[in-house]
Design a protein around this ligand. Structure first.
Ligand SMILES: Cc1ncc(COP(=O)(O)O)c(C=O)c1O
Ligand SMILES: N[C@@H](CCOP(=O)(O)O)C(=O)O
Length: 466
């Protein structure tokens, strides 16, 4: 399997190099040159498989022989054995043909665990094989950071630097990151927002000279192809559990960096019958505005009750634009360079094609709270604010009630007690036993100005072998 850049200039790479490279050297994102396609018969034959076996079937064509089958299987078993629910990704029914796919039973209570607990193992395997060290640089609006730290903390070959927006993640999210001890773990609170953090990460991949040429940077954000690859699997798992592939499914996906929903789009291209994909955003609704009016325009980032989705520059949207433009990297490059300067549109026929692929809705804090309350009243089931946005958008956009509508449950409500209280519920979501003492643990993090040079200087001084 070869991977090519969405901007068309960087060299094509194999899986192992894509895993380590993160952002392509031309600033683009790597995508597979071609996708594997599974027949209905083959998908049907996977019914009832344990999650890690299904994951092997879906993912191994992307890995190819870069990693031997038995080693990859071992990593998958270890990864998904670490989830507390036996089903790994259980479905909970809200109403007739309406479901939540709970993706928060991994160690850090958000869907990021599906990919990041595996990514840590993949990176360690490849770095060990090459006898190399890497400095991981990641940006988080709250969930990627803790999942990446958990996934990499035992890796012998990495230092990890996670940038989060200072005072803009929930207290549980911050503590999940900052209370993990380890001399290779570094948390930086940037006095800015998530987009500022992500911009610094991308700029650092573009010019790694601040590390003195002594070590390479690696990515844990969904710019790293391996993140997307692992997130494709649960679309297959949910569908198979509800009678797929012999019936079609609809998915509603709370969206920020466009990684999770892009994985759903790929699942469909790989042969899974999906009749509807709903992009669910909060008030930071650039993607909804684009889908509704073919205008891609950045507004001021707002702080909402769903902080993990407070994102304006959606990295993975570039991967979709690449497909919408017939995989013309030069066209994508030009479009995104223009988008950085002001509003852009795409040719009408391309936009109409996008509208056939996705529906969308934007949900504000008031409607988020209403949905949390409503679902609790109807089912005594507690939604976190991100999942609530997915459920609300699913109900607004649903086209065919005979098709199961599955909202991705992206985080555990215990990560966002303030939003639950804001929704007017007195119920207190409990942290699981392994986090019971989270508020007593010592925190370690450094607050830095919203300034690339300060962040790079900190990293250059603090990685283990600096
Ligand atoms: C809880 C939660 N829900 C939804 C999202 C959106 O996911 P994506 O960035 O893949 O669109 C994120 C992070 O971005 C998240 O942390
Ligand atoms: N919501 C994310 C933001 C980063 O997105 P990623 O999927 O590209 O890592 C977070 O919680 O950090």
């Amino acid at each position: 399997m070869r991977y090519i850049s969405t901007r068309g200039e960087a060299p094509a790479l194999g899986f192992e190099d894509v895993l380590l490279t993160g952002l392509a050297s031309d600033g683009g994102l790597y995508v597979p040159e071609s996708l594997p396609h599974f027949s209905l018969e083959e998908i049907r034959s996977w019914r009832g498989l344990p999650y890690s076996e299904l994951a092997f079937n879906v993912m191994y064509p992307f890995v190819d022989d870069a990693i031997p089958e038995d080693a990859f299987r071992r990593m998958l078993d270890e990864t998904y054995d670490g989830f507390v629910h036996k089903a790994v990704a259980p479905l909970v029914q809200l109403d007739t043909n309406e479901w939540v796919l709970e993706l928060f039973h991994g160690p850090t209570l958000a869907f990021k665990d599906f990919a990041l607990q595996l990514l840590g193992r993949l990176l360690d395997y490849v770095l060990e094989k090459r006898n190399q060290h890497a400095v991981i640089m990641g940006a988080t609006s709250g969930d990627t950071g803790s999942a990446a730290i958990e996934g990499c903390r035992r890796c012998e070959h990495v230092d990890i630097f996670i940038l989060h927006p200072h005072e803009r993640v929930s207290e549980v999210q911050r503590r999940q990151m900052t209370t993990v001890a380890g001399d290779n773990i570094h948390n930086i609170a940037v006095k800015g927002n998530f987009d500022d953090c992500q911009r610094m990460v991308k700029a650092s991949f573009g010019d790694q000279s601040f590390l003195g040429g002594k070590v390479r940077l690696a990515a844990v954000n969904s710019i790293n192809w391996a993140r997307i690859m692992a997130q494709i699997v649960y679309y297959f798992q949910a569908s198979l559990a509800l009678g797929g592939p012999d019936r079609s499914m609809a998915f509603s996906v709370p969206t920020g960096n466009f990684g999770d929903i892009f994985a759903g789009y790929l699942a469909k291209k790989m042969g899974l019958p999906i009749s509807q994909l709903v992009i669910a955003t909060n008030r930071n609704d650039i993607l909804h505005r684009f889908m509704s009016g073919n205008r891609y325009e950045q507004h001021q980032l707002e702080h909402t009750l769903s902080p993990s989705m407070d994102i304006m520059v959606s990295s993975n949207f570039e991967r979709l634009l690449f497909d919408l433009h017939g995989r013309d990297g030069a066209a994508v490059k030009e479009l995104l360079e223009n988008a950085a300067r002001g509003p852009v549109s795409i040719e009408d026929y391309r936009w109409r094609h996008a509208r056939k692929l996705f529906d969308s809705d934007a949900v504000d804090d008031r409607a988020t709270c209403q949905t949390i309350r409503q679902i609790y009243d109807e089912n005594e089931y507690l939604l976190d604010p991100h999942t609530a946005i997915g459920v609300k958008a699913a109900r607004t956009c649903r086209r065919d009630r005979s098709v199961p509508m599955i909202t991705l449950g992206t985080a555990h409500p215990a990560k966002f007690p303030d939003a639950i209280a804001e929704a007017g519920l007195s119920v207190k979501p409990q942290l699981p036993a392994h986090m019971a003492d989270l508020f007593e643990r010592e925190e370690r993090y450094t607050v830095l100005e919203n300034d690339l040079a300060s962040v790079q200087d900190f990293m250059a001084k603090h990685w283990k072998h600096a």
